[in-house]
Design a protein around this ligand. Structure first.
Ligand code: FMN
Length: 163
């Protein structure tokens, strides 16, 4: 039997992840996209990657700006994850979803209340099917407190007690 997209999604959905919002400055506002295809790549140099669908608006913004932020969401930021999972040209309702941004010394937007923020400069782009793998060098981090928002089998979750 041929492997279907539904089977593929189901298998990948069994891999529990954290949830990030990728932020990129665009026309004087912060554009955001919920992403869990994010991982660390290298320690020296310090590299991470995020896989972005060609159809996402964020894709063109990352190629144009070549700088972006990765905000690791806390369990209190589920509404923000839901908000930035909807494609939108402008994000005028971000505040209603609970998103407020501080700025780093370099002037880039950091999601207030996130567990961690990584300031990224584009290093390499690799085409991979219908997505592009954006590999980026991490130039700054801000680390916060709290528990993570998780994503597992198509649903948001929170972490249980440590064993
Ligand atoms: C939990 C979750 C994780 C997601 N991860 C990714 C991802 O890693 N890469 C991606 O391209 N889209 C991902 N998406 C879908 C994007 O968030 C969605 O397509 C978004 O609307 C794109 O916004 P934009 O077109 O404004 O850039 C994810 C959605 C959810 C709910």
């Amino acid at each position: 039997m041929k492997l279907t997209a539904a089977d593929f999604r189901k298998a990948l959905g069994a891999f529990a992840t954290g949830v990030t919002v990728i932020t990129v400055d665009q026309d004087q506002e912060v554009h955001g996209m919920t992403a869990n295809a994010f991982t660390s790549v290298s320690l020296d140099p310090m590299l991470v990657l995020v896989c972005v669908d060609h159809r996402a608006r964020t894709h063109a913004h990352l190629q144009a700006r070549k700088r972006f932020g990765v905000n690791v969401l806390s369990s209190r930021q589920r509404a923000i994850a839901e908000y930035y999972a909807k494609s939108s040209e402008v994000h005028q309702h971000a505040e209603a979803a609970g998103a407020r941004f501080d700025r780093t010394a370099l002037g880039t937007p950091v999601l207030h209340g996130a567990l961690a923020y990584l300031e990224c400069r584009l290093h390499t782009e690799q085409e991979a099917g219908d997505h592009t793998i954006f590999i980026a060098e991490v130039e700054e981090v801000v680390v916060g407190e709290g528990d993570p928002l998780l994503y597992f089998r198509g649903k948001y979750r929170t972490i249980g007690e440590a064993e």
